[in-house]
Write a protein that binds this ligand. Sequence first.
Ligand code: ADP
Ligand code: ASP
Ligand code: MG
Length: 459
Amino acid sequence: MIVIKFGGTSVGDAQRVANAIDIVAERKAQFPIVVVSALAGVTNDLVAAAEAARACDVERVNQIIAAVRQRHEDVAMRLVQQKFDFFEAFIKQLDKQIEQIHTILRGIALLGEITARARDKVLGLGEKLSSVLFAYSMMMRALPGEHVDSEEVVITDARFGEANPLMDETRAAARRVLLPIIERNLIPVMGGFIGRTRDGATTTLGRGGSDYSAAIVGAVTGAGEIQIWTDVDGMMTADPRLIPSARVIERISYVEAAELAWFGAKVLHPRTIAPAVAEGIPVRVLNTHNRASAGTLITEEGDPNDSAGPRAVAVKRGITVVHMTSNTMLGAHGFLARLFGIFEELEIAVDLITTSEVSVSVTIDEKHNLEKLIDRLKPVADVQVREDQCIVAIVGRNLMRDSIVGARVFEAMRGIPTSMFSLGTSGINLSIVVDESDADRSVRAIHAALFEAPVGVTL
Ligand code: ADP
Ligand code: ASP
Ligand code: MG
């Protein structure tokens, strides 16, 4: 069994859906389970629809939802190939889902406010529609797809917007729902991104979360491989949109891939790797637009021929630096414990930390509790906050085994103001905090220094 996940651009239009279906057909003998994202852009449209509903702009809501509906109908229409009964059945399903979402959006407009629960219900529509569309499109092309409601499979806690899977319950549900379909030689097709709580409320796993769904499904079904099909040739030495000369990484370890995803390499959702690690399942990142490319293979071992040195550079934007100085606790124990106790209480996750005898700087990537945090810290420390920062992270195993890496990075950053440096103790990550307006030039400079060095100079 394998899991095949298609991202939004891989199912963005009829041509791409047809291409994705060919990919599934080629792997039929491996008993695939298909996980699909919403059609490219649809989740953003749904965010806009939810906002318009909150603002009671009914006309705009209707306009957005009508466009979303039309896009799905158009794709199905282009793929129909004489199988009009499947097409008609799809349209019925489409209209049923659209009607349900209108009811929720009307409720939001009536109240003039949106709960996290209602928001997840609206945002999840994209994957519901894309998965129904994909399953019917498979049938229209004579491939035995069977739609599965992801809410029947992925069971989560009630952390709406960023839900966590309950793995035991999900395992039981997946076995009950998916395995009988596979045993009948059918191909299950489900939406990514969504799950449901024990009491039946729709949840979402965070933006970009369909990768995570694929890994969860792979882990609970004991799949042999999790394939993430996207719009680039694999994980690369940098985001190719920023660095066109970025190279594909053929093999990479779980820890390196997880670190890269966490520090902004959007090609994988940051939580994707964990379920695969738990079961030791290889993850492969592949390009739907370039099927001949071997992609990136992510395993425990990583690249056996490349156990040291930089693999890629990533950037995480929208970071806030909190700098805390103690005047009263110079040399005294307990300062850090008191500070981090406050972060813990407010459930604020810290990414990077640097310390000196009397001061500590940390980075955080959420803003919603910032005011509260500052108020709580003030009695303990003088606090300075710097917003609109970013973390540029160089990732690789045994990164600093050769000091040339550090030398090149510092040299590359010459002239760019930096506020924090941090080398993870496991030597897997060298992170630098810079102003967000310096993000692109920092990545360019570091990529050039580490990955575009003249031939003959190896790192
Ligand atoms: P999907 O819709 O398939 O989930 P995403 O847009 O979420 O696709 O992720 C793919 C994008 O990730 C690429 O188009 C690329 O711009 C971006 N990306 C960022 N960092 C990297 C990296 N290191 N390697 C490859 N792609 C990256
Ligand atoms: N459709 C969701 C999003 O845009 C999930 C995903 O694409 O992975 O965030
Ligand atoms: Mg994605």
